[in-house]
Design a protein around this ligand. Sequence first.
Ligand code: NAD
Ligand code: LMR
Length: 332
Amino acid sequence: MTLRTPVRVALTGAAGNIGYALAFRIAAGDLLGSRQPVILHLIEVEAARRPLDALVMELDDCAAPLLHDIVATTDLDEGFGDVDWALLVGARPRRQGMERSDLLRVNARIFATQGQALERAAKRQVRVVVVGNPANTNALIALSHAPHLNPHHFSAMTRLDHNRAVSLLARHTGHHAHQVRGVTIWGNHSTTQYPDLHHATVAGRPALELVEWAWYTQTFIPEVQQRGAKVIEMRGASSAGSAANALIDHVQTWAYGTPHDDWTSMAVLAEGSYGIAGGVFYSFPVTCALGEYELVRGLEISSFSRERMEATDRELRRERDQVRDLLGPALG
Ligand code: NAD
Ligand code: LMR
């Protein structure tokens, strides 16, 4: 078997819950495939130095054939040095009773600094996925500090919401997740997100013909919107295994493509499509091929959908207004 040149993958918050669930799967080849060696750049804050070193010990103890090398550091320039992928997970997580907006300014500063470091140190074609909440606005802040990086290579993760929606629809209709197509998460990774089934199918049949409208509006939409808070309530901490899994799905799909008859959801820089003006990271339906995404165009939008798409857009613009002073030169 011929192995390829190693790809450098940076992971911030490596010693945290998601980082711990993710690092071993990356080492095992789940992220970029079983023929792709990786060099893992594990980035943490000084206070987490010991768990970070322990993570390196455990990764060493896996003797993973695809794990070519490990860089474990608290220095962002070293951590982002020459990386191909930057998975920005590290942030203060939301605790029970806290809204994502409470985290806004605390985490915004982290992402401004990381955007600047990516600009200095990463490969020019680096692809960035923001997971740390509020993910959409953090992606905007990071990009705004990286004027020489490709804005179409920055994204925020709504794949967990997408997967939740697919799974809930499949369960309710007595099918399996692999029989669901065409689900869309519009907008913010927050309770205003709009999980849209108007274009979805289950085993080839329109989803909205298989479910009651009341179930869609009164159960499905709020359950997907509130799922993260529910996990926090039950677990006492935010979702980690499913978030790590969604991040793997997000990167794999971006790198290797969507199936020919489906799309996924990614929060990307809005540029006017579907009436969403520029200047926010908004989750859209996208197809991916060869490491690039493209918005799915021309979907018919009902007035029911339009109202919800606008509500989540308004929230994103309010978030942006709260951190406007922290935006950098690329979008200022
Ligand atoms: P955690 O508290 O377990 O871990 C966070 C880690 O980040 C900690 O180890 C901490 O030391 C580190 N960290 C903090 N600031 C850092 C910085 N400036 N640089 C590098 N590392 C830093 O939290 P977690 O459960 O792993 O969650 C991480 C983030 O992901 C949170 O913001 C959470 O809300 C978010 N999240 C997003 C989604 C999503 O779908 N987008 C899903 C789940 C969780
Ligand atoms: C999730 O959707 O599970 C998380 O984003 C929840 C959170 O706020 O950490």
